[in-house]
Ligand binder design. Structure first.
Ligand code: ZN
Length: 93
């Protein structure tokens, strides 16, 4: 395993939203700040069928970890080997 500089993420900011595309864009994980915690949503694309939906944490880093775990419960794969995209923040524009 090589080191992953992305783990040095900036501190979480309230109101932000994140997404990560898995398996060549066939699965999408979404994080939305609800005001007191993050909602984690997993969709199958392109139909955008909801696969999982969780509300559990106010820590963005933890929410991203849980979202990755949730995706892998439904679509077992190795994110490194499968070439999944990194977590990206939705632009606020
Ligand atoms: Zn993945």
């Amino acid at each position: 395993m090589s080191s992953v500089p992305e783990l040095e993420a900036p501190p979480s900011r309230r109101g932000e939203a994140w997404f990560r595309s898995h398996l060549d864009g066939r699965v999408l994980a979404d994080l939305r700040w609800l005001g007191n915690q993050y909602q984690i949503m997993v969709f199958r694309l392109p139909e955008r069928v909801s696969v999982a939906d969780l509300c559990c944490t106010e820590d963005a880093r933890l929410a991203r970890l849980r979202a990755d775990r949730l995706v892998n419960e439904h679509f077992p794969h190795d994110c490194d080997a499968a070439g999944c995209a990194p977590w990206m923040q939705y632009s606020e524009a």
